[in-house]
Design a protein around this ligand. Structure first.
Ligand code: HEC
Ligand code: HEC
Length: 229
């Protein structure tokens, strides 16, 4: 086939038939972009390994396609809380194009991406200690000393929530926002995940309260005046 014609037909396939496009191999450029998203933008490698780099809290991503079927991969990346209830993987919010690329890169079926995932399906009352053990202790350590089993696999040490000096410099709102939206929005490392896609505000508030019991400290005086949180 003529080169330009081939390119045009590939373009048509990619834009009109996403299901077919999913089966086509990624270009070198797209592969690199997907790896950059996983490694340098999102918190995936906080928990998972890829190409020898990353955390030890979750299965390696390199060979997930040999263990899981394509539908499962797509659903896990887009709606972990419903795909594997109880798994300590928060749903990462990201633009649809990024999710599609990541799913394709991992060998997932892009037609099975869940577009309207809802947060936390549990109705249990928020228990900060229990939530911390499930979601945070792997990196921050069971008592917030920054010594979780995954701590050494991270490029920066996880914050020490038991450190009164450090934590009393943080307002409750700053802690809340970091937990909700991830390290990156607070100019911290992006491998501190965002939990707002998995936990509701009541649960995040319970976690902030639990951090206050770990440090036995309060936020700065200015942040406490009239704070209802
Ligand atoms: C806080 C840790 C954490 C983060 C961050 C995280 N995951 Fe996970 N992920 C897990 C855990 C734990 C599992 C295993 C769940 C199980 O099967 O019990 C998992 C499972 C998976 C699986 C299925 C793997 C398998 O072999 O069953 C895929 C695919 C996946 N994650 C992709 C991602 C991607 C992509 C990102 C980033 C957008 C990400 N994860 C972020 C913890 C995490
Ligand atoms: C995959 C590892 C990982 C997990 C899981 C994780 N964190 Fe973190 N967290 C980090 C790292 C690394 C940092 C430090 C980032 C930096 O200093 O740039 C951090 C920083 C923070 C901070 C900022 C502290 C400060 O100094 O302002 C808060 C708050 C926090 N984490 C809370 C939590 C809570 C609550 C959970 C569980 C819901 C949690 N983290 C789960 C890795 C993790």
């Amino acid at each position: 086939m003529h080169r330009a014609l081939l390119r045009a037909s590939l373009f048509l396939t990619a834009s009109v038939l996403p299901a077919v496009a999913a089966a086509q191999p990624l270009s070198a450029f797209a592969t690199q972009k997907a790896e950059r998203l996983l490694r340098d933008k999102h918190s995936c490698l906080g928990c998972h390994q890829l190409k020898g780099e990353g955390g030890v809290l979750a299965p390696k991503l390199d060979d997930v396609r040999t263990r899981r079927d394509a539908a499962y991969i797509a659903m896990m990346v887009s709606d972990p809380q419903h795909t594997k209830p109880g798994a300590s993987m928060p749903r990462t919010r990201m633009p649809a194009a990024e999710r599609t690329l990541i799913v394709r890169y991992l060998g997932g079926d892009t037609t099975k991406i869940v577009r309207t995932a809802t947060a936390n399906p549990t109705s249990a009352p928020a228990d900060g200690k229990q939530l911390y053990a499930q979601w945070c202790a792997g990196c921050h350590g069971p008592t917030g000393k920054g010594d979780g089993p995954n701590a050494k696999a991270l490029p920066v040490p996880p914050a020490r929530h038991a450190d009164a000096k450090a934590m009393s410099a943080r307002s409750d709102d700053a802690l809340f926002d970091t937990i909700e939206a991830g390290g990156a929005i607070m100019n911290k490392h992006h491998r501190m995940p965002a939990f707002g896609g998995a936990l509701g505000s009541t649960e995040i508030r319970a976690l902030v309260g639990y951090i206050r019991t770990l440090c036995q400290c309060q936020g700065p005086a200015w942040s406490r005046d009239g704070a209802a949180r």
